[in-house]
Design a protein around this ligand. Structure first.
Ligand code: 9D3
Length: 248
């Protein structure tokens, strides 16, 4: 899959994406990433990518034409099939695991990162298929959102994650929070690692982990359980968690 990011801060996107899981995926050729700076598509000597808003008011608005020319060049490097143009914005559909799962089969995802107050509405309507948001809080531009999307989709692609943290592990926990993790030493600051993890009984360990996941989700994110159907075993594990909590 290829990602193209339209941004006036291309080095911000590249410097970040070249690390860790995404960096390795790009170096292995499992993912392609290119950046497109709308400034390179301006014709005036000041390389103007923004202008004052019609109707007045504070802030500036990104101009249609440099963005459009950048997107058009990005499209030339793609396969022309299964291409989607997404504008990252506070008005967008909130990004969820499900939304990302639904977009792993694209050949090319063109991510448009805005700055200033936003971009010309006609660009959004004519050139973008969808608008996506990180959530109901304010950040200063779309670059960090584009990086989140690239990271989250890359780890779903075949071959990107090794054994150490396969995407299957993530989807196995589907809709639940993770369980607690421990490493050596066995006792630290007076706190011991839970007994069951030391025993090597893999069935008991899996049960304990599922119980902790259910318990944590119930305690920290009860909203995740409202729309989730639990199996009979999960219901009984969650009950055990609640009972054990009373005797702590
Ligand atoms: C005056 C109202 N503000 C809109 C909520 C102005 C404004 C703030 C921040 C306009 C653009 C931005 C820049 N934000 C993004 O580009 C952005 C974003 C975000 O701020 N929150 C959550 N997801 C995203 S994705 C892109």
């Amino acid at each position: 899959m290829r990602f193209d990011v339209v941004t006036i801060f291309p080095e911000m996107v590249l410097d970040c994406a070249m690390n860790g899981v995404t960096g390795r995926a790009i170096k292995q050729g499992l993912v392609d990433l290119a950046v497109w700076n709308p400034r390179n598509y301006t014709l005036d000597k000041h390389k103007t990518v923004d202008d004052r808003p019609y109707g007045g008011g504070p802030g500036m608005v990104m101009k249609y034409k440099p963005l459009k020319d950048a997107v058009d060049d990005a499209k030339k490097l793609g396969s022309k099939e299964r291409v989607k143009v997404v504008y990252l914005s506070p008005q967008g559909k909130p990004i969820t695991q499900q939304l990302l799962n639904e977009n792993t089969a694209l050949e090319q995802l063109i991510l448009v990162a805005g700055r200033y107050e936003g971009i010309d509405e006609r660009f959004i309507q004519n050139e973008c298929h969808e608008e996506w948001s990180l959530g109901d809080f304010v950040i200063s531009g779309g670059e960090l959102a584009a990086l989140v999307v690239i990271d989250a989709i890359s780890r779903l692609l075949p071959g990107v994650l090794g054994d150490e943290g396969s995407a299957k592990q993530d989807s196995y926990m589907d809709g639940l929070l993770d369980c607690p993790h421990y490493t050596r030493p066995e006792v630290f600051e007076g706190k011991a690692v839970p007994e069951v993890l030391l025993g090597g009984n893999h069935k008991d360990i899996a049960k304990w982990r599922m119980k902790q996941s259910l318990g944590w989700t119930w305690q920290k994110r009860p909203d995740l359980l409202f729309n989730k159907e639990l199996t009979a075993e999960q219901k009984s594990l969650l009950n055990e968690f609640k009972i054990e909590l009373k005797y702590k």
